[in-house]
Write a protein that binds this ligand. Sequence first.
Ligand code: HEM
Length: 446
Amino acid sequence: MEQATLPQPRTARARKLPPGSRVPAVAQAVRYSRDPLGFLSGQQRRYGDIFTVRFPFFGQIVYVAHPDLVKVVFTGAPSVFHAGEANATVLEPALGPHSVLTLDDEPHMRQRTLLLPPFHGERISRYEELITAMPRREMESWPVGEPSPLRPHTQRITLAVIMRAVFGVHDEERLARFERLIDDFARRVGVITSFPMLRRNFPGSPWPRFLHSRAALDEFLYEEIRLRRAEPGHEERDDVLSLLLSARDEDGEAMSDQELRDEMVTVLGAGHETTATGLAWAVERLVRNPAVLAKLRESLAAGEDEYLNATVKETLRARPVIVDVARKLKAPATIGGYELAAGQFVLPAIAALHYRDDLFPEPEEFRPERFLDGKADNYAWIPFGGGVRRCIGAAFAEYEMRTILREFVERAELRAVDQKPERVKVRNITLAPAKGTRVVLERRLA
Ligand code: HEM
């Protein structure tokens, strides 16, 4: 990876916000939602390393798009750069007040410390058999020779993985009930997170239906927690829920049922759509870059993993599933020469960084070779955010993407339906391929 040119130091301290478009907030929001990647990288090219965007409801947002400035945000005092408060604006109705995503300061660190061990590297590899089995089973239902979208399959696979590996549910009847509840909840949550003004009752409001589906999911989760607590020997199980039931903080305190519920919904929400979308993008890029696909197949046949790892990293660079991460200032802070006031939202613009040609030459090209040395700069390649808020499931997600992608490549011959890249579509808070990665399964290879 190349070294970025340094942001120009500003001589006079400015109290005004960084530069940005004068287009009305609604028009900026429309442009953002139509093409988030193009919008953010376009703003960076036009206004520089730090710029301001106006959105309805959220107001003026400052974006940073240079590794040095991203570092300032990610390594700044967590008590000043509040991510929980910023996330809660969007996510609290779904995740609850005890979620690691919506908390800040000590309560955040407590939950984070309890959640980290189950997602640690060596624990993850225990799930290999389980993760490998899911795509094998799912691929049997793919139609041969006709175009169909891949994303529903990747979504079912990652959901199946999370229900088993994270929740430890294996009973087929309970799994089916759980899947229906998650499906219903996922369908109702998007509009509530995207439009805070809809979070109240009025004729035709989606709010009561959302509350109803959340209550149904919660009832299942509390029942699962109760059953698991009562299960003899649950301490021996290695799913994440069982591990969390046994986890103790430094004062020897266990997690309450409400904390467990909020963390389970957080892991479910943060962990399955994101990984499913990442996988769909990996295939969308691969089938449009046959030379890369051929190289990946060859390297896997030779028993090598480096190119697979680099392909996953390059997918998350070229199509970051999450386009930006939010922090809300609790005290004034100077970033890139601008004195920003308390209350200001500051967002590292993931998409803009990933498309800087001084960091990633010819950024439009899908080129896993960029990551063949296995390294990715913590402040330039940031699909998982960073600092004390870096995604807890990053290692799990990359491992899962590698394992499932290997199955796809080794067992199926896939081709694109058309050569035009799929448009990026905002789906809940993720960026998904607009047509769900339409592919043709030419033939099964194993
Ligand atoms: C490709 C898949 C994934 C992507 C792109 C992704 C991305 C992200 C991003 C951008 C953040 C915010 C980081 C920040 O604010 O700096 C985050 C946080 C988080 N993610 Fe992921 N994630 C993925 C998969 C997962 C998985 C599989 C899990 C769990 C099984 C997970 C659990 C979490 C949690 C718990 C947080 C909150 C961390 C905190 O606030 O301390 N994610 N993720």
